[in-house]
Design a protein around this ligand. Structure first.
Ligand SMILES: Cc1cc2nc3c(=O)[nH]c(=O)nc-3n(C[C@H](O)[C@H](O)[C@H](O)COP(=O)(O)OP(=O)(O)OC[C@H]3O[C@@H](n4cnc5c(N)ncnc54)[C@H](O)[C@@H]3O)c2cc1C
Length: 363
């Protein structure tokens, strides 16, 4: 990183990029793709850190056994895998969405790049989610890597220290995670205000569903039906709370950053969970059947974690927004975030033991 100074620099007319006065827009749309790429790099870095952590923990002995024999270390490894898998899943999904949009544009079209940029703008929200999730997953993973290295984690001679130091910038550049968190619900609410999204109508129905006690009938013979039903409920929860926020604050919602942050956290965790389930669903037909229990396990650990995160954020949003229906909303939140993570410990141990055995990330 170095300063670059421009002082009275003359730029030939033919070197002009885009239109005069529109550079700001170009710079901002470039950020979308940059955010996504940052996330891909962050998740890649997290895999490398995980691998180093496992290798070290396999050879370091305490109380006469390798660190990887301890349940607490196994749990750290399982939690690291959980975040990496979800980050990777949402990035693959966004790459696919991007590809499909770009394939619609003829490469010989003189406006190819303008059209490409326009198409990618459709996914600004997903790019912000990807940036936040990837950079925070990396931070979690490198932090646990330092911890697994113990005192050596703090010493430059070992790789953990550098992972920790290098990871930190990712939450700051390409738009800080705060600014990206504001964008996630912000863009959606802006579109709703301009009537480009029928948020208010959907939010009303979602609100009714949230405050009306009901029982979900789930066909548990279908793969991941419990998680898919959970995702449906979490989306309803997001819509209901967004609608309540707009109703209370109207246009000044953009200044209510604490509420927007809570909404963003709900959206981020839904997108991560849904992507994780979609990826595991696809894996059923393409991966070696021996590997499928790993997918079942990681779906469970991602669902458990994301649902807990949604519950906390949703309760925060509900208390921030307040109102007469608060108690009904809180019981709706409890109902819609209910997830029976049976055999969670077995799931975590399978993920950790497989990674410890292979000394690497396992998906
Ligand atoms: C190594 C490095 C490389 C970089 N590379 C580039 C590059 O290639 N191109 C480029 O354009 N920039 C680059 N940057 C700049 C980087 O994008 C900015 O540092 C970053 O966007 C944050 O801006 P700032 O430093 O001015 O912090 P500030 O805007 O002063 O923010 C400080 C804190 O306040 C928070 N904050 C600010 N406004 C709000 C708000 N409205 N609501 C809530 N919280 C808010 C921020 O999230 C942050 O936590 C780089 C920075 C570094 C360190």
């Amino acid at each position: 990183t170095t300063p670059v100074m421009f002082d009275n620099v003359k730029v030939p007319v033919e070197n002009l990029l885009g239109e005069i006065g529109k550079g700001y827009k170009v710079a901002f749309s470039v950020l979308d793709e940059g955010r996504f790429l940052l996330s891909v790099a962050a998740v890649g870095g997290a895999k490398m850190a995980l691998q180093e952590a496992i290798k070290y923990a396999n050879q370091r002995k305490q109380f006469k056994v390798p660190l990887t024999k301890f349940g607490a270390i196994k749990e750290k490894i399982a939690d690291m895998i959980t975040k990496i898998y979800a980050g990777e899943a949402l990035n693959y999904r966004l790459a696919d969405l991007y590809d499909k949009e770009i394939q619609k544009i003829n490469h010989d079209d003189p406006d190819y790049y303008v059209k490409k940029q326009k198409a990618l703008e459709e996914y600004s929200i997903e790019c912000s989610i990807s940036k936040i999730y990837g950079s925070e997953a990396l931070d979690f993973v490198v932090d646990e890597t330092v911890q697994i290295f113990g005192g050596y984690g703090f010493i430059k001679d070992y790789p953990a220290e550098r992972f920790y130091r290098d990871a930190r910038i990712n939450r700051i550049f390409e738009g800080t995670n705060e600014i990206n968190r504001l964008l996630v619900p912000g863009i959606m609410l802006k579109k709703a205000m301009k009537n480009e999204l029928p948020l208010q109508q959907s939010a009303m129905a979602a609100f009714e569903a949230l405050i009306t006690p009901s029982f979900d009938e789930i066909d548990e013979t279908k793969k991941y039906s419990v998680e898919k039903n959970l995702i449906k409920n979490l989306k309803t929860l997001y819509l209901a709370l967004s609608g309540m926020a707009v109703q209370k604050y109207l246009d000044s919602i953009k200044k209510e950053e604490e509420v927007l942050f809570a909404l963003a956290d709900i959206a981020i965790n839904i997108f991560a969970l849904e992507s994780a389930v979609l990826r595991a669903d696809k894996a059923q037909d393409i991966v070696n059947p021996n590997k499928l229990p790993l997918y079942d396990s990681v779906v469970k650990t991602v669902a458990f974690e994301c649902t807990n995160n949604v519950e906390i954020a949703a309760k925060k949003a509900a208390f921030y927004i307040g109102g007469d229906a608060l108690q009904s909303i809180l019981s709706g939140i409890r109902r819609f975030t209910k997830y029976d993570a049976n055999d969670l410990l077995e799931a975590k141990r399978l993920l950790a033991d497989t990674a410890i055995d292979q000394e690497k990330y396992i998906f």
